[in-house]
Design a protein around this ligand. Structure first.
Ligand SMILES: Cc1cc2nc3c(=O)[nH]c(=O)nc-3n(C[C@H](O)[C@H](O)[C@H](O)COP(=O)(O)OP(=O)(O)OC[C@H]3O[C@@H](n4cnc5c(N)ncnc54)[C@H](O)[C@@H]3O)c2cc1C
Ligand code: FES
Length: 280
């Protein structure tokens, strides 16, 4: 049975800052009571206020940045849970459970280029991913800046959260907006096809994607069609985050390594899955 990660902890964390970002987002910085070792990109934490402001069920968020003891979360305000977190004030305490889930595979510099596809707040697990790819992790060869491309798509410019921070890495960054208010006019997959056809990016690459479900379905189909290695970071609804409630099923491929059971649990077997393992 898949179990919660051994390094997961439940603790209080002090709110340090809440910075507005984009049209409807915040970057929430907290300092947990317990120091965390380096957390692999695309692992996540469950967060809530321990009073009536937050729903009883905590909400899952990818770790956006880690600066020593400080953790940062990029949060798009959707409903009651995210609103309560966005309205946190410095000095308040939050309940934090994590780190949870698996995270991206080790982003080594040995194979084809890494092409990262983000849709809206699906950019959250990519800041650390790029940072860890450039510095190397788990003894794997680190990537050169030319070995990473970040394609960031959103409905409009105001939803390309914190995009300048990504540009600051010096990797290839391309943006796409549905209304053409920033970068390419169209979606992130149309942008990828255009960059391939112009020869700006190599067709042989490894894909990582996080974003709305329809975008991830399209990425999955593209990866199957082009025979590309591809990992998706899924944002299912989650009740517990630790494998108990069965609230986060993801359909598995019968012929894949997880195919012995029709569903995997996104919280403990994901949130990152290879497209060889699941069928959205
Ligand atoms: C592993 C993981 C990592 C995540 N990382 C981030 C992150 O870094 N930043 C971030 O802003 N969000 C992230 N999310 C999504 C975030 O957890 C939800 O937006 C949040 O739970 C919504 O809570 P709420 O109480 O504000 O909204 P609710 O009141 O619960 O819902 C409001 C509306 O949002 C919809 N909604 C709720 N959850 C989701 C979801 N997962 N996907 C699509 N629509 C949803 C509901 O159907 C409803 O229409 C992540 C989710 C997972 C599973
Ligand atoms: S969220 Fe409860 S089992 Fe996954």
């Amino acid at each position: 049975m898949p179990a919660p990660p051994k390094d997961a902890r439940s603790c209080l964390a002090e709110v340090l800052e809440v910075e507005r970002v984009g049209d409807d987002g915040v970057i929430l910085s907290v300092r947990p009571e317990i120091a965390m070792l380096d957390v692999r990109a695309s692992r996540f934490f469950m967060l809530r206020h321990e009073d009536a402001r937050s729903p009883a069920i905590p909400r899952p968020f990818s770790l956006y940045r880690q600066r020593g003891r400080e953790l940062e979360f990029l949060i798009k305000v959707m409903g009651r849970g995210t609103q309560a977190l966005a309205q946190s004030r410095p000095g308040e305490k939050l309940r934090l459970i994590g780190p949870l889930g698996n995270g991206w595979p080790a982003l080594d510099g040995d194979g084809p280029m890494w092409v990262m596809l983000a849709g809206g707040v699906g950019s959250a697990p990519f800041y650390l991913a790029i940072e860890q790819a450039l510095k190397g992790m788990d003894g794997k060869a680190r990537c050169g800046k030319d070995h990473v491309a970040f394609l960031f798509g959103a409905a409009r410019k105001g939803l390309l959260y914190d995009v300048d921070a990504f540009r600051g890495f010096g990797v290839k960054v391309f943006t796409a907006t549905d209304d053409g208010s920033d970068g390419f006019k169209g979606n992130v997959l149309q942008l990828l096809e255009t960059l391939w056809s112009r020869g700006t990016l190599p067709r042989e690459c490894r894909l990582l994607a996080c974003g709305p479900e329809r975008m991830l379905e399209a990425v999955e189909h593209l990866a199957q069609e082009k025979h590309l290695e591809c990992w998706l970071s899924l944002e299912t609804l989650m009740g517990c985050g630790v494998g108990i409630c069965n609230g986060c099923p993801v359909p598995t491929r019968p012929d894949g390594p997880l195919g012995a059971w029709p569903n995997a649990k996104c919280c403990v077997e994901g949130p990152v899955f290879s497209t060889r393992d699941i069928a959205l």
